[in-house]
Write a protein that binds this ligand. Structure first.
Ligand code: ZN
Length: 250
């Protein structure tokens, strides 16, 4: 069984379409999404519609912000949440279509556990609120060790920081580059960040996701037409910096 695990699409349709095409060519059996399909980007409706076909959809903090209240968002992110909300209630679109999008949002769950893997958006213990940062390995190793103990299976997959890589026992952070894009599970606990499809922040602007097959995790980076996403930003009132950061992967 080959499972693609994707996260943090952030309403970037050209990135999502390119990743889905890559997935289709990679003999993948199912797609699991760790949340933040929407927020920041120009095409929340289209991305949500595509995500309705995924086998697992977890709730991200941006879905939570649209469904409830934007807690812990800066003013710019808050404005993007409000705009996204309006898009999902658009009176130009059929009422049933809007209803199905909201029903889909409402059906997203916080975590998913299956065999030896655990899935969450942020961290296993605080699925939509907590960040696990690379520097935590140095600055707060106790936090990383606590997180390893906070769920049943030995491996967890998360998103949220938009930085792909492996938190291994030590704790230490291993970049996908260090392992040539392939990581073998089974040597102790690990929390794997799959990176972001639609707004990478690790200095590489290409879309990031992983394919898991048995004990092997393959990190993939896929170039997509960023200029096309930038053009679509221009048709919205979303702040320009949200488009510009895509070119730098920051
Ligand atoms: Zn995100």
């Amino acid at each position: 069984m080959r499972t693609a695990i994707i996260s943090d699409i952030h309403a970037n349709l050209p990135a999502l379409e390119t990743v889905l095409a890559d997935i289709a060519g990679a003999g993948v059996d199912r797609i699991y999404c760790l949340g933040d399909v929407i927020g920041y980007g120009p095409q929340p409706r289209e991305c949500l519609q595509l995500s309705q076909k995924f086998e697992v959809n977890l709730l991200g903090n941006h879905e939570e912000a649209v469904l409830f209240d934007p807690i812990g968002f800066n003013p710019r992110a808050k404005a993007a949440v409000e705009w996204t909300k309006q898009q999902l209630m658009s009176s130009d679109r059929p009422r049933e279509e809007n209803a199905s999008l909201w029903k889909h949002l409402d059906s997203m769950k916080q975590t998913h556990e299956e065999g030896d893997i655990f899935l969450a958006h942020g961290t296993p213990r605080e699925p939509t609120r907590e960040y696990l940062f690379v520097q935590d390995c140095k600055d707060d190793p106790a936090k990383v060790n606590e997180l390893f103990e906070s769920y049943g299976p030995s491996t967890a997959f998360v998103g949220h920081t938009h930085v792909a890589g492996i938190f291994a026992e030590g704790p230490r952070f291993i970049t996908p580059k260090e392992v040539d894009g392939k990581y073998q599970l089974g040597s102790g606990n690990s929390i794997i960040n799959v990176g972001s499809v639609g707004q990478p922040r690790d200095g590489d602007p290409r879309a990031s996701y992983v394919i898991v097959e048995q004990d092997q995790v393959e990190f993939r980076r896929i170039a997509y037409p960023i200029e096309e996403t930038m053009r679509r930003f221009k048709r919205t009132p979303l702040p320009e910096n949200l488009a510009l950061r895509l070119t730098e992967g920051r």
